[in-house]
Design a protein around this ligand. Structure first.
Ligand code: R5P
Length: 298
């Protein structure tokens, strides 16, 4: 298997080191008018290739991924996969108002025209129970729970896992089961991109514990900012904020710190200073399990 690494932030190199895969030499040129030229600098005929991409802020990056798939296909690659640790557009999984695009479906249709398979981490699944309901090609969703649980185990003595909303129950539950610690889920009302209310109460028996707020993603940060405020107002110690995908729109990171979080940590699914939990081992295990073993490997 070869890796076409469109990220260049270290995750691809770590993945190749862990899997023994070869990083495909390529070049990207940005024309003055904003268009991109992608060139493969190696023969790919008959090769299995995975394209690794950061798809946060997707409207600037999706086309690059499509150019990569097109070049690989045109030059005879055998199977082409997409490794997108963060898979965007999944929150718009229905038309909330008449006439709205169901972005999750539209985006899935676009990707499956170009890729033979895809793999992501902790996909935001709410109205779709699995990626198989969205994609007709094999689509693998890797759980980040082992990674998150491992970090909490090593850094927080008496954790209380807290989910900020109903959707987070799945991630909070999977992580709490691994840790054998208590967990609770708050209730969220969203009235706009940055208008969020979070409600809930924390049982008195848990108030000495360190709250670990856990969510799949931080975008504007308002979900977790409001949850932080609620926990501080309830007299709990400063919370640890832990998320899989740190999109950190605008001042989200600074505002989370200002709301009383003493640690804000995410995986490196999206490059950011807070993204220090490496997904490389998790991705390497998942991809190794998927990769066909070459006939001459035994
Ligand atoms: C929503 O259901 C997600 O799980 C996150 O809670 C949400 O997308 C976070 O967005 P924001 O940081 O903008 O509140």
């Amino acid at each position: 298997m070869r890796l076409l690494d469109l990220r260049d932030d270290g995750l691809g190199a770590a993945l190749c080191a862990a899997t023994g895969w070869h990083r495909l030499p390529h070049a990207l040129h940005a024309f003055p008018d904003g268009e991109t030229l992608l060139r493969l600098d190696e023969e790919v005929r008959g090769a299995d290739v995975a394209v690794l991409a950061d798809l946060a802020h997707p409207e600037q990056r999706v086309l690059r991924v499509l150019l990569a798939a097109g070049a690989l296909r045109d030059q005879g690659a055998a199977r082409i996969g997409l490794v997108a640790p963060y898979l965007p557009y999944l929150r718009q999984d229905t038309a909330f108002r008449p006439g709205e695009a169901i972005s999750a479906r539209v985006f899935a249709r676009l990707l499956e025209r170009e890729f033979d398979w895809l793999l992501t981490v902790e996909a935001h699944l709410h109205r779709f129970a699995s990626l198989a309901e969205l994609f007709t090609v094999p689509a693998y969703n890797v759980s980040a729970a082992p990674l998150l649980a491992g970090w909490v185990r090593g850094h927080v003595a008496e954790p209380l896992l807290v989910g900020p909303d109903a959707e987070s129950a799945q991630w909070v539950g999977a992580t709490a089961r691994r840790l054998g610690c208590p967990a609770t889920v708050l209730r969220k009302e969203r009235h706009g991109d940055a208008e969020v209310l979070v409600h809930g109460a924390i049982a008195p028996t848990w108030r000495h514990r360190t709250p670990v707020l856990l969510d799949d993603m931080i975008s504007t940060g308002h979900t977790l900012i409001e949850a932080c405020r609620l926990l501080r107002a309830a007299g709990l110690p400063p919370p640890v904020v832990l998320a899989v995908h740190g999109l950190f729109a605008g001042p989200a990171y600074a505002e989370l710190r200002a709301a009383g979080a003493h640690t804000v940590l995410t995986t490196d699914s999206v490059p950011h200073a807070a993204g220090t939990l490496s997904l490389a081992p998790l991705l390497a295990d998942a991809l190794t399990a998927l990769a066909p073993v070459p006939a001459d490997a035994n």
